[in-house]
Write a protein that binds this ligand. Structure first.
Ligand SMILES: Nc1ncnc2c1ncn2[C@@H]1O[C@H](COP(=O)(O)OP(=O)(O)OP(=O)(O)O)[C@@H](O)[C@H]1O
Ligand SMILES: [Mg+2]
Length: 250
């Protein structure tokens, strides 16, 4: 059974038909990177996987359970999915440690001592042992993003969703976050990552999915999709992102 299975997913905002029939799966332990132009529906797709957006048509199965079924216990399903956004969404009034414990206690009903222990272990995993008592305002963007990752990991997710986790960061801070993500992938975490970091996708992804205009245009191993794309739209996109100074002939 696939960890995530998406069948004929359609999502519109008003008359803007954003997702136009998406079919795809994520297997246990797989790292899938989603690439594509701005507005192609990448974030919307990710948000449908934990039902932050309600699709109009189609189904999303997580561990075999149809989370688009109105009878599904959404809170239970969501517990197993960690999400890391471009903006870190930390609680500004809570310390780093508290940011990583609050949902463990309220949602998973863990005892505070156990939650603290798990949070500290995950903060160590992302290299932030010294910052447990700091507040978000005292951290760099890269550190805040690593707290957001530790917070998500503290919920023992079966799946981690990342939506352009490095695109709000200063260039010199990107590497630390990608290093943490690379380590997670090596540890066997199942990850669905929207990213513009082609080098990362090439190195870490088991599969790359190229989206354009609300459909999957092409998918496969990174050496194929990034290294030797077959579709014209993929080639055009890659020329643009790999060489931003490139001007398309008119
Ligand atoms: N909550 C919303 N309400 C209305 N329209 C939305 C909403 N979210 C997304 N859209 C629209 O859906 C389309 C796809 O947006 P989406 O954010 O999924 O694209 P994306 O591929 O993630 O782009 P980017 O690379 O810029 O993040 C866009 O036209 C956008 O304006
Ligand atoms: Mg987006």
């Amino acid at each position: 059974m696939s960890l995530v299975e998406i069948k004929d997913l359609h999502k519109s905002f008003g008359d803007n038909h954003v997702l136009r029939g998406i079919d795809f799966t994520v297997e246990q332990g797989e790292v899938v990177c989603v690439i594509g132009p701005s507005g192609s529906g990448k974030s919307t797709l990710l948000r449908c996987v934990n039902l932050l957006e309600q699709p109009q048509q189609g189904q999303v199965f997580v561990r075999g359970e149809d989370i688009t079924d109105p009878d599904c216990h959404l809170d239970d399903a969501r517990k197993h999915i960690g999400m890391v956004f471009q903006q870190f969404n930390l609680f500004p009034h809570l310390s780093v440690l508290q940011n990583c414990t609050v949902a463990q206690v309220t949602v998973l009903k863990r005892k505070p001592a156990e939650a603290n222990e798990i949070a500290r272990a995950n903060l160590e995993r992302v290299g932030l042992t010294e910052k447990v008592d700091a507040y978000p305002a005292q951290l760099s963007g890269g550190q805040m993003q690593r707290v957001a990752i530790a917070r998500a990991l503290s919920m023992d997710p079966a799946l981690m969703l990342f939506d352009e986790p490095t695109s709000a960061l200063d260039p010199e801070l990107v590497g630390d976050v990608l290093t943490v993500m690379r380590k997670l992938a090596l540890d066997g975490m199942t990850m669905l990552v929207v990213t513009h970091e082609m080098a990362f996708a090439r190195e870490v992804a088991d599969r790359v999915v190229f989206m354009d205009g609300g459909v999957i245009v092409e998918q496969g191993p990174p050496e194929e999709v990034i290294g030797n794309p077959q579709q014209e739209r993929t080639k055009t996109f890659l020329r643009r992102v790999l060489d931003p100074t490139h001007v398309e002939p008119t």
